[in-house]
Design a protein around this ligand. Structure first.
Ligand code: COA
Length: 265
């Protein structure tokens, strides 16, 4: 199968049928912009149809798994016409949906920052392993935006009550807490992360390929996630708002947002 020559991802195709997909924008903590979104979506589409791939491991090069949506891209998206804004939001929603619906088990190797959409990527995979020092959080509201396109997958894993509390506080939390609330399958000492991933991979490789796809689909049918149109429209509206423009600009200018000038760090 042809995985192309992505600019923002790296692939390792292992002889044991494991496809490693690495987010590779380490200077931006693997924040995802349009290029990452399109390449990630394409990679999971191809992997889903590739008989040689038995499972996929998603990780991040550099210090972090992913700092979420690229804040420069989010700000710029709010300033383009609504049709283009919505188109970008739909592509982002489709990326999450494509990972979610990939018929192969998808594992995540989470370290460093996994914030905003990075927490969303952790939620959308089937089995996430996190280094104890990893940091999570739905920081969106602090930027004047909302965790829209990731919300179905977060509610699927955490349940509505925990998702709501974490969406509203925007607080950062560590890997043990992420395990406690059901976001990650296991948190492990930093130096045990690769071993944990390997254990997970070896476990899923023992499953029948067709049975794995059916079992994944079965667990998802119970969650019934089907409305990415609504979440994409929501983020397209919100990121075009004055409040979002202020929040996103404040991050890029390394200052506090207007509604939070007196907030603690
Ligand atoms: N989008 C775009 N750029 C981002 C980014 C994001 N989500 N997260 C980090 N970056 C960029 C920074 O702007 C900085 O760029 P610069 O070198 O051009 O100034 C670079 O990555 C390094 O980030 P910096 O903040 O200097 O590193 P740090 O080690 O002090 O902190 C983070 C790393 C990830 C904890 C911090 O950058 C952060 O909190 N990012 C925002 C995460 C977030 O809220 N994501 C949700 C987005 S919806």
């Amino acid at each position: 199968m042809d995985y192309g020559q992505p600019a923002t991802l790296e692939f390792e195709r292992r002889p044991d049928g494991v496809l490693e997909v690495w987010l590779a924008r380490p200077d931006k903590h693997n924040a995802f912009n349009e290029a990452v979104i399109d390449e990630l979506c394409a990679a999971f589409e191809v992997a889903g149809a590739d008989d040689a791939v038995r499972c996929v491991v998603l990780g991040g090069r550099g210090k972090s798994f992913s700092a979420g949506a690229d804040i420069s891209w989010m700000r710029a998206s709010g300033d383009v016409g609504y049709a283009d804004n919505l188109d970008g939001a739909l592509r982002m929603a489709r990326m999450f949906q494509t990972i979610y619906e990939c018929p192969k088990p998808v594992l995540a190797r989470v370290h460093g920052a996994a914030l905003g959409g990075g927490t969303g990527l952790t939620a959308v995979v089937d089995i996430a392993y996190a280094a104890e020092s990893a940091i999570f959080g739905f920081t969106e509201v602090r930027l004047g935006i909302v965790p829209a396109v990731i919300s179905p997958y977060v509610v699927d894993k955490l349940g509505a009550a925990k998702a709501r509390a974490l969406f509203l506080t925007g607080e950062r939390f560590d890997a043990r807490e992420a395990e406690r609330v059901g976001l990650v399958f296991r948190s492990v000492p930093d130096d045990a992360l690769d071993g944990a991933i390997d254990g997970g991979v070896q476990a899923v490789l023992k499953g029948g390929p067709a049975a794995l796809g059916i079992a994944k689909n079965l667990s998802q049918r119970l969650a019934a996630i089907d409305d990415i149109g609504h979440t994409a429209e929501l983020i397209a509206h919100v990121r075009g708002s004055d409040e979002a423009r202020e929040g996103l600009t404040a991050f890029l200018e390394k200052r506090k947002a207007a509604w939070c000038e007196e907030c603690d760090d």
